[in-house]
Write a new protein. Structure first.
Length: 193
């Protein structure tokens, strides 16, 4: 049996042929009969679809993936998994590399590629942390997503609630009932403290 495994870090991942659609087309074209799809970041240990795949795959089966970094992002995690699969008679086929085995050259190549993938991921984390640290130095910095509505818009909407229902105010302002409810609760809390 030929199994495919595809993974994206987020549902919107599209660059470099890593979208779900591009990976699905590639593993199906390579002969995958059943494909396991995961939308988890590569460093998470809990990957339910990958676990399901490992539970069903057996000797003489094949696992097809598009690139090494789809398997895992850490060298240790991927090396251990791939070595165990190969030792159990399961063929690991990486589309941009070919069929892997446990020869010294194959182990060297996959460890190099996995090291680059882990290095790239570590650089992304470093740059993100540096960007956050710089942003935190600004006096108007706020953690999280910016608010959708300005303070004046919310004040107006809350004042409309004095004479109108939540549904009416939502229709008039375009602000959802749940956002209005939360804003009213926050304002009440601010007033009481």
């Amino acid at each position: 049996m030929k199994y495919g495994y595809i993974r994206v870090s987020s549902k919107n991942q599209k660059s470099d042929g890593n979208s779900l659609e591009a990976q699905m087309d590639a593993v199906r074209s390579a002969g995958a009969e059943k494909v396991f799809v995961e939308t988890y970041t590569g460093v998470k240990l809990e990957r339910p679809e990958f676990t399901k795949l490992l539970d069903v795959v057996k000797q003489d089966d094949m696992i097809i993936i598009t690139k090494m970094d789809r398997f895992a992002r850490t060298v240790a995690q991927a090396t251990e998994t791939i070595t165990t699969l190969i030792d159990n008679g399961i063929v690991v086929y990486v589309l941009n590399l070919g069929v892997l085995d446990n020869s010294s050259m194959s182990v060297l190549v996959r460890n190099l590629l996995l090291s680059f993938a882990q290095f790239e991921r570590d650089l992304i984390i470093e740059r993100t942390q540096e960007g956050r640290a710089i942003a935190r130095l600004k006096p108007d910095y706020r953690e999280g997503r910016p608010k959708k509505y300005k303070r004046q818009q919310m004040d107006l909407a809350l004042s409309l609630l004095e004479n109108h229902s939540y549904s009416q105010v939502s229709l008039m302002t375009g602000i959802s009932i749940s956002t209005l409810t939360r804003a009213k609760r926050e304002k009440k809390f601010e007033t009481n403290t």
